[in-house]
Write a protein of this length. Structure first.
Length: 202
């Protein structure tokens, strides 16, 4: 998918700083170092619109990416990074919770988990939080290129069992290296946002 204009438009820590353009917003959430920046760059066919880092815990604000004035991606602080202080974790939690519970433009959340491992307790808690508040959620299992083909069914079951996914819940394997899952993720985004993205370059 190619877009004529993409901007990391703003960073926000409270409601007064949110965008005022009333575009639909899709959230990216997940554990630190799970590959959110790489997923954003792959989906948008850009090398570094979202900065990847070898140091987890770098995202400390809500980062709003304006995609061709059609919708926003909202990258939220990652969780589960041990070197982030308890106070910082509480601040991040409050920032995210306020956004998720008050933002009418928010149309769904992509929850990223590492396809190579069993989801963590933090992943489980986040997924259950989203389900409790009836927020439409897509689970994206990243780094699937690191898994042998004959191990995928096993990993899918591990993820589904740990998160307690229902049969109707959404799970997509994704790789920023091979592009696997790219089209399926975009289809979900298009459905949730109500934005036709086929004419992305118009």
């Amino acid at each position: 998918m190619q877009f004529s204009q993409i901007d990391m438009e703003m960073s926000a820590v409270d409601e007064k700083q949110y965008p005022t353009k009333h575009l639909p917003e899709i959230v990216l959430s997940g554990r630190s170092n799970v590959g959110k920046s790489s997923l954003i760059n792959t989906l948008l066919s850009r090398k570094s619109i979202a900065r990847t880092s070898s140091t987890p815990g770098k995202t400390q604000t809500l980062n709003f990416y304006n995609i061709a004035s059609k919708l926003y991606f909202v990258d939220v602080p990652g969780y589960g990074y041990a070197k982030v202080s308890k106070k910082q974790r509480e601040q991040f939690g409050k920032i995210i919770e306020t956004y998720l519970q008050t933002r009418s433009e928010m149309k769904g959340v992509m929850l990223l988990v590492d396809a190579r491992h069993t989801p963590t307790e933090d992943d489980f808690n986040m997924y259950n939080y989203l389900k409790y508040y009836e927020i439409d959620t897509l689970v994206v299992a990243t780094k699937v290129d690191k898994i042998k083909r004959n191990q995928r069914d096993k990993q899918a079951r591990l993820i589904m069992d740990k998160l307690q996914l229902e049969p109707e819940d959404n799970l997509i394997f994704f790789s920023s290296e091979t592009g696997e899952g790219h089209d399926d993720v975009w289809q979900w985004i298009q459905t949730q946002s109500g934005v036709p993205l086929i004419d992305a370059q118009d």
